[in-house]
Design a protein around this ligand. Structure first.
Ligand SMILES: [Zn+2]
Length: 73
């Protein structure tokens, strides 16, 4: 996934972003959280990033472009 992401529409959401849940997979290294926009609608991954410590960071948005989930595995 090498498409360019404009950060501005997401940065403006950060002040209102609330964590409403975390992943329950039980993996000790899983730090996946869900935001208030996580719901029934389709969430789409728009950022995939390999972190320096070898993890995979994936960011999801919902159909309206609201940040819905942050996955760190
Ligand atoms: Zn998990």
């Amino acid at each position: 996934m090498a498409k360019f992401v404009y950060a501005a529409p997401y940065l403006t959401q950060l002040g209102e972003l609330r964590v409403v849940g975390e992943c329950e997979c039980g993996e000790p290294n899983c730090h996946t959280i869900k935001f208030q926009h996580f719901g029934e609608g389709a969430s789409v991954a728009f950022v995939d990033h390999h972190t320096e410590d070898g993890r995979m960071l994936t960011i999801f948005e919902d159909e309206a472009g609201m940040l819905s989930e942050l996955e760190v595995i």
